[in-house]
Design a binder for this molecule. Structure first.
Ligand SMILES: [Zn+2]
Length: 307
């Protein structure tokens, strides 16, 4: 389904849509996250530099996941032993987002407030940044490694898309408060020589765009037209990105069963109850001693308990 750009039509503040340059071999996507990025950074008391990087990764994850052809999840994961030890940003193809991170407060505080993802991670010697695609029912998971370079998250993702998808890509991100806006343009594979000019124009437009221009392009069709003047754009139906966590009582119970009876008894002896807090959304799952023990007594197919 598609719609012609309508001047002045404002979109919801959490919005995503794909678009095409008609007849010019360039495709793109735009995203604006407001309530969603606020919910993401509200999960933990993130240091400002880490919160900024999380918002940027959430915008990137939306731009990539919203363009996938299968039903599943895209996961951006950083793991290492730098100042930030772990980042997980998950975005489903229906644009349900959640994220979490673990960091060393003192080491992050020692970095400048504008520290890059490279600095937060401690560089490629300390950490690994990967993008995993999980198509659920439709096949095996695939994973690509993003080179952890200096510079912006947008530049890192541009290189990744160029290398992994073999598609020339330009990505611009901008933030104001908790709002983050992003526009991605890609040169369609097999684009002919006469599309060079459209591609150069699209790249130059992203180079020149500031937060105001990107924010407008992401939240109104008139703004998108203004970003790429003189181009005939086909804008696809918008999708609403939103914060959603996939944690459930059942999954927490499963995790407790995997932890094992011994572990649970030790925690009960220490705290008198079991409390599991979801790292993504902060929801607390509480188990009284009899409820925790019942997980092992009643679990169908559970390993027999030794006495
Ligand atoms: Zn949760």
């Amino acid at each position: 389904m598609s719609a012609a750009p309508q001047p002045g039509a404002a979109l919801p503040r959490d919005t995503f849509s794909r678009f095409l340059f008609e007849g010019a071999g360039v495709r793109g996507a735009r995203v604006h996250l407001a309530a969603t990025s606020r919910a993401i950074v509200a999960a933990h008391p993130y240091p400002p530099a880490l919160a900024r990087v999380l918002r940027e990764l959430a915008a990137c994850a939306s731009l990539l996941a919203g363009s996938l052809k299968f039903d599943g999840t895209l996961i951006v994961q950083l793991a290492g032993d730098g100042p930030v030890r772990l980042i997980v940003v998950e975005c489903s193809t229906s644009l349900a987002l959640r994220a979490t991170a673990q960091w060393d407060e003192a080491r992050v505080r020692a970095l400048p407030p504008d520290a890059s993802l490279h600095d937060l991670a401690g560089g490629p010697a300390s950490a690994r940044l990967a993008i995993t695609l999980d198509p659920r029912a439709e096949g095996a998971m695939t994973q690509g490694i993003v080179a952890l370079e200096g510079g912006s998250v947008a530049a890192m993702l541009e290189h990744y898309l160029g290398a992994s998808e073999q598609v020339a890509s330009r990505l611009a991100l901008a933030q104001a408060g908790d709002d983050v806006a992003g526009v991605l343009v890609q040169r369609l594979p097999g684009a002919a020589g006469h599309d060079d000019e459209a591609w150069r124009e699209a790249s130059a437009a992203l180079d020149a765009a500031d937060m105001a221009a990107l924010g407008l392009a992401a939240t109104s069709d008139a703004g998108l037209t203004a970003l790429f003047p003189g181009r005939d754009l086909r804008v696809f139906r918008p999708v609403a990105p939103h914060f959603a966590c996939s944690c459930t009582q059942g999954r927490v119970e499963g995790a407790l069963r995997i932890a094992g009876r011994q572990e649970i008894e030790a925690a009960l002896a220490e705290q008198g109850r079991i409390e599991v807090v979801c790292e993504f959304c902060g929801r607390a799952y509480l188990f009284a001693p009899d409820e925790a023990r019942a997980l092992f007594a009643a679990a169908p197919g559970a390993a027999p308990t030794r006495h």
